[in-house]
Design a protein around this ligand. Structure first.
Ligand code: GLA
Ligand code: ZN
Length: 665
């Protein structure tokens, strides 16, 4: 049960640490994260270690009852190391060396870097493993974040060859799986293998490479990140029993595999960063993202960086409104956060992030944001009594797969299709109606869920076909969408009639499809209506029944969405995208048809409700007002405010940016 901030003692004079520790204590803090970028301070030159400053900082804070998450500083290899071994630098797809001056400038596959990383992690572990202030360790910081690039250096190529040998055994098998007969790409010697750098055909929006090579390269690079994490994790495990974490944000890496190397997944939550347009910007984004994080290990998570001020590098997002920091923190807790650590304690006076405001401004004087966080801190222990070990009451599972994402990344199908955004749009359709859900990968046990949603689930094989079919045959409700089942696992096209491996369970065949460009196609049916603007599958029902049809284009009157009874369950096939309104109607329709109830009925628009069950079986709710006006939320029973035990009756009033945590009386 942790509440605190990200703190950089190395950025402030020694005298200030006491002031900060005292202010933190007054705000109810019991945790800071430290050291994750401090390599050059800990090892100023090769083999010369200096832990004295960090020892002293730990003492100062521990005296005030504040523990630390100890970060391993491998996201920022120092200049002396990079000058000595420039081959560590990452190389982008144009063979450009991404040099010194920012962070994350290393290749995960560099053996030299792995050795240096081992050395510093071992030293830190040796020094701090038994320190009572250390509550957890964080490995590195946000793998691949900020670059979004794979590395294409020679170390990567060499290791890729080893990876491929292990996977395929022989070059014949590789040539066959990759279809290298196309364009004379046949490899006759392992050393001929390439990495997919920018190619002659790289002008067509993707890199012009063989899709099978691209997908294997993504898998390989993801494995490299996981291996790199595992190296650190193994060392730490030898020294300590406290939890090991990583703030997982990189979609270039398979979260679920990375999750196996850590004890607790943590997330960095910035609902109003200037990058929100890139992230989507809807209040459902953090909800979705934290649900995704919860699905990494199918257990509750920590927020390792929670927004606490206006933030940005060169441009700033808006200043959190009164109440907003609490609302974001409550939303995070609602979706599974058991610890909230704010980024950052105080705005830094220098460096790339000097515009990134935290709880305190540059002058270090506590103001409104500090007071608001202090008020959350006062209530935090009471909230935790309910929230720690609680679970979201979810009858639905959305599958979020990284391999599926990568196949769509290289071949988007349509300029406006983006796998992550599509999942977010479907999620948003449920969220708008207050249906809570779990998000995880296809390997989880489906049997406990009334509905499983498999969006754009394109790579398929017999094993998964059986798993999906068994789930439906035994009474489950499967929702499959367009661009599912068209590919084999190696990223080649299936020979089966579409939707390929889903044909039987969906009870349909696709006659044709339309990748929609420059128009919209109306869709109408039992769910309501909407318009497709990205994709339209033209469906021929075999055993399925239409749920909706197109009302435009040459395929007007043809089914767009179908439902098929299969064994004791059913499968919905959603052959088109829909606008936000239409998506919300369709998701509501499907949930209702499948007997799923929202977290609460009759919730005003723009209010989010998450229904939870505490570790000891008590029902409780988080409610967050995103509507921009005051709202009243009605409950079917008497409720009390968890923070104060005050009985509120059957309704809860929420101010404009209000939030509440209430339990059944
Ligand atoms: C990320 C990083 C932090 C910091 C913030 C703000 O989440 O983990 O170190 O850079 O972004 O940019
Ligand atoms: Zn590399």
């Amino acid at each position: 049960m942790y509440f605190g901030a990200d703190y950089y003692p190395e950025h402030w004079p020694r005298e200030r640490w006491d002031v900060d520790a005292k202010l933190m204590k007054e705000a109810g803090f019991n945790l800071i994260r430290v050291a994750e970028f401090a390599w050059a301070k800990l090892e100023p030159s090769e083999g010369h270690w200096d832990f004295s400053w960090l020892d002293e900082a730990l003492d100062v804070f521990y005296k005030q009852g504040i523990q630390v998450v100890m970060g391993t500083p491998t996201a920022t290899p120092p200049k002396w190391l990079m000058d000595k071994h420039p081959e560590i630098y990452k190389r982008d797809e144009n063979d450009l060396v991404l040099g010194f001056g920012s962070r994350r400038h290393y290749c995960y596959n560099s053996e030299i870097y792995r050795e240096y990383s081992e050395k510093i992690v071992e030293k830190m572990a040796q020094h701090y493993a038994n320190h009572p202030a250390v509550a957890a360790w964080q490995i590195d910081n946000e793998f691949t974040c900020g670059d979004g690039l794979y590395c294409y250096c020679e170390s990567c190529r060499q290791k890729f060859i080893v990876w491929l040998k292990k996977k395929y055994g022989s070059l014949d098998a590789l040539n066959k799986a990759w279809g290298t007969v196309f364009w004379s790409q046949t490899y006759t010697d392992w050393d001929q293998i390439i990495v997919p750098k920018r190619s002659q055909a790289g002008m067509f929006g993707n890199n012009g490479h063989n899709p099978a090579l691209n997908l294997d390269y993504s898998r390989f690079q993801s494995d490299a990140i996981v291996d790199y994490c595992a190296i650190q994790s193994r060392i730490l495990k030898r020294w300590t029993k406290v939890p090991i974490t990583h703030n997982v944000v990189s979609e270039l890496c398979d979260y679920y595999k990375l999750g196996e190397q850590i004890d607790i997944a943590t997330y960095d939550n910035y609902p109003a960063s200037p990058w929100k347009s890139f992230l989507g910007g809807s209040p459902s984004d953090p909800a979705f993202s934290i649900d995704v994080e919860r699905g990494i290990k199918n257990k509750n998570v920590w927020i390792m960086e929670e927004q606490s001020g206006p933030c940005g590098w060169n441009v700033l997002g808006s200043t959190p409104r009164p109440g907003q920091i609490k609302k974001w923190s409550y939303q995070a807790m609602a979706h599974g956060a058991e610890a909230i650590v704010y980024f950052r304690w105080r705005a830094c006076l220098f460096g790339t992030e000097e515009y990134w405001y935290g709880i305190l401004d540059h002058d270090g004087i506590p103001r409104r944001r500090y007071e608001e966080i202090k008020a959350i801190g006062k209530d935090f222990p009471k909230l935790c009594a309910y929230n720690v070990n609680s679970k979201v009451c979810a009858d639905m599972l959305m599958i979020r797969s990284f391999e599926q994402q990568w196949t769509h990344t290289f071949q988007e199908h349509n300029w406006n299709f983006n796998y992550r955004k599509y999942l977010q749009a479907l999620y948003n359709g449920f969220w708008a109606n207050n249906y809570n859900m779990d998000v995880s990968n296809e390997e989880v046990d489906f049997s406990g869920y009334k509905v499983v949603i498999a969006p754009a689930f394109n790579l398929m094989d017999e094993r998964l076909k059986e798993k999906f079919e068994k789930y439906v045959a035994e009474g489950g409700n499967l929702v499959v969408t367009f661009r599912s089942g068209t590919k084999e696992m190696d990223n080649s096209m299936t020979e089966r009639t579409l939707p390929g491996y889903f044909k039987e369970v969906a009870g349909i065949e696709l006659e044709e499809f339309d990748s929609i460009n420059d128009c919209t196609v109306p869709v109408e049916g039992a769910f309501g209506k909407g318009a497709a603007s990205i994709w339209a599958d033209i469906i021929k029902p075999v055993t399925a029944k239409p749920v909706a049809t197109y009302a435009g284009e040459y395929y007007a009157g043809k089914p767009a969405i179908t439902v098929n009874e299969f064994g004791k369950g059913r499968c919905y096939y959603v052959g088109c995208d829909l606008d936000a309104e239409g998506t919300a109607q369709l998701m509501d329709y499907i949930a209702k048809e499948c007997g799923v109830k929202p977290a609460l009925e009759n919730v005003p628009d723009g209010v989010e409700v998450v229904r939870k069950e505490s570790g000891d079986g008590k029902e409780f709710w988080f409610v967050m007002n995103f509507s921009g006006k005051e709202q009243t939320v009605e409950f079917p029973c008497e409720v009390k405010a968890i923070e104060t035990d005050e009985v509120l009756g059957r309704s809860v009033k929420l101010p404009v940016y209000g939030s509440a945590a209430v339990a059944k009386v």
